[in-house]
Structures are given as C-alpha cells and as structure tokens.
Design a protein around this ligand. Structure first.
Ligand SMILES: [Zn+2]
Length: 277
C-alpha cells in the first residue's frame, strides 16, 4: 500500500508532468473501471473529464488530489488503497495488466490507473467533504508540533502501532512505515499508548518526522519517474522477517499475516504482549 513517502514523490512527479495539461480523452477499460470510478457529480466521469484541465496536484494523507477545471472546478480524489497505482507512459508503451483507466494528456503522455485487485477508488466531486475516509483525516505529520502531538495521542489508549496507522490521528502512515517508525523509536508495536513514558512519546514524535523524511528522499531517488513502482528495499524491518536487525543483529520477528504483518526486533523493541502468542 502506498503511504506518505511514495505518494509524496508521486505527487512531485505529477506536478512536473501532469499539471497544466488538458485531458484529451478518458478510456475506461473492462469492468474494473466501473468498480474504481465513483462519479459523485453524476455528470458522467469520462464526459466531464474529457477536455478538462488539470490545474494542480496535491496530497493529503494517502489521498492524491487533482484539481480539475471543467465547466466548473472539480476534484478528482484518488484513494489507492492496497493495490491502486498511477503510471505515466507513452501511448506506444505496452499496458500493464489490470490497467483500468487511461487519461490521454495534451502533452502526448498517458496517465494510467492500474489496480491489481481493484481496491482503490477515484472520486470525481465538486466537494471533497463528500469523499469517504477523506473527511476526518488528521493533520500531516510535518504540520504537527510536539505539544499538539502529545495532545492528539491522549484520547487513544490502545496499542501504539494501531494508533499510528489511524488516519484521523495523523494522516499518511500505514502498516509498513509504522513498523519502520516503531523500530527507529525502539518501541514495541503492541505496547499500549497508556504504557508509554513522556520521553518515549517525545522520541516517537521525532522519529516519525525523521523516518518519513529520510524514506521520502530514498523513494525519490529509487522511483524516478516510474510512479507505479513502490521501492522499499531500503526498509529496515518491514517485510524483513528473519533478517538481522541492523542495530543489534537479532533476527527480525514477524507477527500476523497478509496485509496485517508486523515486523519488529524483540531485542531493540522490548515489552508488550505478543498478539496471538
Ligand atoms: Zn535489534
């Protein structure tokens, strides 16, 4: 699932390559397009976007937000969820499997939407308040002061990893970067927020910022213009079960399955009752 670092870099690339372009055509391919497209305007997705200009691209949390100038200003809000990806391609480039939408741009490039499991959503709307999961999103991690961070944590009493991935707490952190952040903070993912000391909370605040900034820099280098990729080879613990912790050499632990995998170092991140064990 793309999280803040990946989507921040995707946004930067789109700002360079897509903003200012006109959408010359919209091609919906197969039944998948009907699943991912949510036309909240009821004016017709392809009809409305054809001939419209893309005036800006922004990111909030795990949403990418396109401002569209059609007959009136609209938003195209992408929630890629687990498997949704955008791709920039030339019309002659072979399409990736599960390409559901192709936007032909006035500069000759194509912006494509690819989604292996058709889980993402593309909302066309005049009002972002209509977009599910967007309303109620918390602030960006870099916009939160330490005092505000402490205050925002207070209502949550559960396991700290579960708190970090809640978009209404802070937007943009998912399962993978929560593992990386907690390793950097030396905090066991299943420790309750109520068990954390003031010093640990302050440390957590600092490493959220540093981990996400450093990851964004690495993604920027590794992704380049290939915005459909999700470079994560640099991660320290996430999906590294059995490998050695770079800090202490202990094997990285794995708890959970599928999209709910948690990886951490039992030596560097002590304490906490282990779920399911
Ligand atoms: Zn370790």
């Amino acid at each position: 699932m793309p999280e803040l670092p990946e989507l921040e870099v995707v946004k930067e690339v789109l700002q360079r390559r897509v903003v200012g372009q006109t959408i010359e055509s919209v091609q919906a391919i197969g039944p998948g397009s009907a699943i991912v497209v949510r036309d909240l305007t009821h004016l017709g997705f392809a009809e409305t976007l054809t001939g419209a200009a893309i005036t800006s691209v922004a990111r909030h949390g795990k949403f990418l937000l396109f401002s569209i100038q059609s007959a009136s200003p609209l938003h195209l809000a992408l929630n890629p969820k687990l498997t949704g990806r955008l791709q920039l391609a030339a019309p002659t480039d072979k399409r990736l499997p599960k390409t559901h939408l192709v936007f032909a741009l006035s500069n000759g490039a194509e912006l494509r939407y690819v989604d292996q499991r058709t889980m993402g959503q593309l909302y066309l709307t005049s009002d972002l308040a209509q977009v599910p999961e967007y309303v109620g999103l918390g602030p960006e991690p870099f916009d939160v002061s330490l005092d505000e961070f402490r205050e925002r944590l207070k209502p949550y009493r559960g396991e700290i990893k579960g708190v970090l991935v809640r978009g209404e707490f802070i937007a943009g952190i998912g399962n993978a970067y929560a593992d990386e952040i907690l390793w950097a903070a030396r905090l066991h993912p299943y420790r309750k927020r109520t068990q954390l000391t003031a010093e640990e909370i302050d440390r957590l605040y600092a490493v959220i910022q540093s981990t996400l900034r450093e990851a964004t820099d690495k993604v920027r280098v590794e992704m380049g213009e290939d915005i459909h990729l999700e470079p994560r080879g640099f991660m320290v613990v996430h999906m590294k079960a059995g490998e050695s912790c770079p800090r202490c050499g202990s094997p990285i632990s794995l708890v959970g399955a599928n999209q709910r995998i948690t990886n951490f170092c039992r030596t560097c991140q002590p304490g906490g009752l282990i779920k399911g064990m």
